[in-house]
Design a protein around this ligand. Structure first.
Ligand code: AMP
Ligand code: ZN
Length: 460
């Protein structure tokens, strides 16, 4: 498999440190609000990355952290008058609900920043000892001029004038010494720790160094986060970690591009965002959004519109009709061209090898959908051919994650039988009424000519 490494600015052959485990650290959500669908684009990428690695025979072990203490979480919890912990637990719960709706398998570990304060303190103390960090009135700062490689990931040019920045987020024009630890001030209220450092709380960047090393080791295979994290977050992580261990922190840096709205980055501050809940309320299936995301290469910006989401929703429905319709096809028919299935899978495979080109992988997947539709038209194929088609779809979907279990409960089956009876009597009114009732229960009825009705689970 070849992937683009931001560090070398080249597409490289992927070679994990150990065959037994591929270590993967992905910067997770700041649980200060509902995540927006821009964040979700990035989280879908993390999922594809993990699934594709497994598909290619690696053994990925993935960590996604939860940022549950930072400037934003503190500000919002204070504004709503609940404790930081209660506040972040609520949004963590919503985050996991979104993950599930999007068929995101999830990480092997979801460590919280607040459970790793001692690990952060250990690194900070060592950085002070080694001369990379220094104390000021309001906090402990990292001296970027001490780290000769500062800027190697993002190209940021360190100034040597000792300017400091206390805020977690800042841009490349303001390259500066950054806060590892922020000393307590009255507005922090109850929020502080005392791990052998002056009473206070961590800056944002140190958490990912600490959790990556704790759960995955000093040098890991892959680290990922949206492009906006390349600077300063990832640059700072490298500086902290490599100064601390004297070893390379990460071999491959992967940065998925942003989701845009009208050419601008979707973000909370621009108020141009949708949450997954917004899309659901408009009647969209979350997996239609997943399909929309997969149809672009992760390193391309993706301009989002409801209109294009609508098109993907239609496409997804066609996929479901082909895939689940295949179950109705009889298997006492003739053999078909097995090579056609193999060609579709080959195309899919090589697309993933090529820097996770999910757009081209979907082309392979849709070739398969065409084959399934042809089988539906024929109404019967050989058992071997039908089995091979099903095998191929499950294989591809182990990466794409677009299918869901299409179980139909007994009451819906019974309603369908009544509808069929009404149709036999040519009682179209009753048949249509029952179809609407079935729809209200969250199922569509699609009549496949010569094969009978197919029931599809919908999400609205
Ligand atoms: P945050 O919760 O702000 O720390 O962001 C979580 C993840 O979402 C990070 O990896 C960000 O880089 C990513 N992200 C933020 N905005 C966007 C966007 N508009 N499109 C894609 N990813 C984003
Ligand atoms: Zn991070």
């Amino acid at each position: 498999m070849e992937i683009y490494n931001t560090l070398s600015r080249k597409v490289e052959k992927f070679q994990p440190i150990k065959a037994s485990r591929t270590t993967l650290y992905c910067c997770g959500p700041t649980v200060y609000n509902f995540v927006h669908i821009g964040n979700l684009r990035t989280f879908i990428f993390y999922d594809i990355l993990k699934r594709a690695l497994r598909y290619k025979g690696y053994k990925p072990f993935q960590v996604i952290n939860l940022t549950d203490v930072d400037d934003k979480t503190i500000e919002n919890s204070k504004a709503t008058g609940v404790t930081l912990r209660e506040y972040t637990e609520l949004y963590t719960k919503y985050f996991f609900e979104d993950m599930e709706k999007l068929n995101i398998e999830g990480a092997d570990v979801y460590p919280k920043a607040t459970d790793n304060i001692n690990e952060m303190a250990t690194i900070i103390k060592s950085l002070i000892k080694k001369g990379y960090a220094y104390e000021k009135d309001d906090g402990i700062y990292y001296s970027i001029e001490k780290f000769a490689d500062y800027g190697k990931l993002s190209g940021a040019k360190p100034s040597t004038d000792g300017v400091r920045v206390k805020k977690d987020e800042y841009d490349k024009e303001n390259v500066a010494d950054f806060a590892l630890w922020k000393k307590w001030s009255p507005e922090d209220g109850e929020i502080f720790w005392d791990p052998g450092l002056p009473k206070g709380r961590p800056g944002w960047h140190i958490e990912c160094s600490a959790m990556s090393m704790r759960y995955l080791g000093e040098t890991i295979d892959i680290h990922s986060g949206g492009v906006d994290l390349m600077f300063p977050h990832h640059e700072n992580e490298i500086a902290q970690s490599e100064a601390y261990t004297g070893k390379k922190f990460v071999n491959y840096w992967l940065h998925p591009e942003h989701l845009l709205v009208n050419g601008q980055k979707m973000s909370k501050s621009l108020k141009n965002f949708y949450t997954l809940r917004d899309l659901e309320q408009m009647g969209f299936d979350p997996l239609a959004f997943r399909l929309l995301v997969l149809d672009s290469h992760y390193r391309s910006r993706l301009d989002f519109s409801l209109e294009s989401l609508g098109k993907y929703a239609d496409t997804l429905k066609r996929v479901y009709i082909a895939v689940y319709g295949l179950d109705l096809v009889k298997d006492d028919g003739e053999d078909q061209d097995l090579n056609a299935i193999e060609r579709a899978v080959d195309r899919f495979d090589s697309a993933l090898d090529n820097d996770l080109d999910t757009h081209s992988a979907l082309v392979g997947f849709f070739e398969f959908v065409d084959l399934a539709n042809e089988a539906i038209k024929k109404k019967a194929v050989s058992k071997r051919y039908k089995d091979e088609l099903k095998l191929a779809i499950n294989k591809m979907d182990s990466v794409l994650g677009l299918l869901r279990v299409n179980d139909v409960p007994p009451d819906v089956k019974a309603m369908l039988a009544k509808r069929e009876e009404a149709r036999r009597r040519s009682d179209w009114n009753t048949a249509d009424l029952i179809r609407d009732e079935i729809k209200n229960k969250g199922f569509d009825v699609v009549d496949l000519e010569g094969l009978g009705p197919l029931i599809l689970k919908t999400l609205n």
